[in-house]
Design a protein around this ligand. Structure first.
Ligand code: UGA
Length: 446
């Protein structure tokens, strides 16, 4: 069989679109498929549907090169490609299990199209799905609707992604490793060859395994990272009550142990986003469904659910009762370099402040539009950090955007009514700040 180099990618969200433009930029012929026609029109005009560093540049490069096209015609996309990547979202349902409706609808489309296709086709699942879904839901649907047999007429891989929002392009181009869960050897060989062609000499280690292991690796990865953060936040809360202790020094020391490594030991107000909360809950739900009580994962969740309230606690220590106080919030998105507000800790903090009768004024370099959909006119929005802190009684740093790191104590003294700062992400030098104004931060008893 010839090396497949024409690919269709189903779902043009964070995973699908970044993956598409990176592959297209290296000369692969990529057809992006989505059901949202407005999204498709905008992408065709070079406008990404969300903010992500470098994405616009990569998109326009791919469009200029003519290697990337978009369509809602799944049928045509499958017939004119050799391999389809399923990158649609698997959001949480209200009972915290996974909503597989998008995955099922794409599987149905692929099955219907394959009925009419003579050539072999490889299906690669990149969406995050619980163990067994690739084989028992996706494979079954495609076989039923196509009338074809997996391992003979079409191939199947589960290939989890590990990109982070805010560094998505970098992560696609520089992965630590590639995990290929394969139904059969032929499927895995084809996908491995594609990645070897894409990365060339820089191909990272490739681990080939079963579909189920690949599904679980994704969950284990996110659960482990979330555990690291909840662990360091718990240590930070212990430091907070221990005279002379500082979590940043402890985290640095831990990170120097090669068995631990320094990443994801940044203490703060907890983790948010579309992945950790959803994946941890789905893993807990899955474990319970097979008769296992995942006590550690539940504790990781619990530490995280309480962590945002540390900001309120510290604000109260600085300025007392929050009723009627004007509080500035610096940073709304769940992490820097994204406009994503999904499960952002800012939501919990702001809702609590409003409940306590405070007036909230907020600024974020990218997420204001999305935050407006959540808060409406319940809070004020500003267009710069300095405007945000103006005349405030307290400022809480919620997201560690680079531009906030450049603020110095005099900026706060000159603009705030009462210069008091809760540094929720350890972005300022406590010595410098606490000398000049009221300052509290996570993991340091001051
Ligand atoms: C996460 C994983 O890091 C990716 O590998 C994975 O592909 C992705 O989920 C996914 O499943 O799609 P993401 O949610 O984009 O990526 O962002 P992270 O950089 O992992 O940050 C998650 C949260 O942890 C953020 O709220 C961040 O502020 C918080 N965090 C991160 C900390 O509080 N401390 C740290 O040291 C690091």
């Amino acid at each position: 069989m010839k090396m497949p180099c024409s690919i269709s990618i189903f779902g043009l969200g964070y995973v699908g679109l970044t993956f598409s433009v990176c592959f297209a930029s290296k000369g692969f012929k990529v057809i992006g498929v989505d059901v949202d026609l407005i999204k498709i029109k905008n992408i065709e005009r070079g406008i990404p549907p969300f903010y992500e560093p470098q994405l616009k540049e990569y998109l326009s490069k791919a469009l200029q090169k003519n290697t990337f096209t978009c369509t809602n015609d799944y049928f045509q996309a499958i017939l004119s490609s050799d391999i389809s990547f399923i990158c649609v979202g698997t959001p949480a349902k209200s009972n915290e299990s996974l909503d597989l409706s998008h995955v099922k609808s794409v599987s149905r489309n692929i099955g219907e199209a394959l009925r009419k296709k003579k050539d072999y086709h490889l299906i690669v699942v990149r969406s995050t799905v619980t163990p067994g879904t690739t084989e028992h839901v996706i494979k079954r649907m495609v076989e039923d609707l196509s009338g074809k047999t997996c391992g003979i007429d079409f191939g199947l891989c589960m290939n989890p992604e590990f990109l982070r929002e805010g560094t998505a392009i970098y992560d696609v181009l520089h992965p630590d490793r590639i995990i290929i869960g394969e139904f059969d050897k032929k499927s895995g060989d084809i996908l491995e060859n594609i990645y070897r062609e894409f990365y060339g000499e820089k191909t990272p280690p490739i681990l080939r395994t079963s579909l189920t292991n690949a599904e679980l690796i994704k969950y284990a990865n996110n659960a482990f990272l979330a555990t690291k953060i909840s662990f360091i936040n718990e240590m930070a809360n212990i430091c907070q009550k221990t005279s002379g202790a500082d979590i940043t020094v402890i985290a640095r020391a831990l990170g120097l142990d090669h068995r631990i490594n320094p990443k994801f030991l940044g203490a703060g107000l907890g983790w948010g986003g579309s992945c950790f909360p959803k994946d941890l809950n789905a893993l807990i739900k899955y474990a319970e469904s097979i008769g296992y009580n995942p006590v550690l994962l539940k504790a990781v969740n619990e530490v995280n659910s309480l962590q945002p309230y540390k900001a309120i606690e510290l604000a109260r220590e600085l300025i007392g009762d929050l009723k009627g106080k004007r509080i500035a919030i610096l940073g709304l998105s769940f992490k820097p370099n994204t406009d994503d507000m999904r499960n952002a800790v800012s939501i919990k903090i702001i809702n609590e402040l409003l409940k306590e009768g405070a007036k909230v004024v907020a600024y974020d370099p990218a997420a204001i539009k999305n935050a407006m959909k959540i808060f409406g006119d319940r809070i004020e929005f500003t267009f710069s950090a300095l405007e945000c802190i103006k005349d405030c009684d307290c400022c809480i740093v919620v997201t560690e955007w680079e531009e906030f790191k450049r603020l110095n104590p005099d900026d706060f003294i000159a603009n705030m009514k009462n210069p008091a700062i809760v540094d929720g992400r350890r972005i300022f030098d406590p010595k410098k700040f606490s000398l000049k104004l009221k300052y509290k931060t996570i993991g340091l008893s001051l």
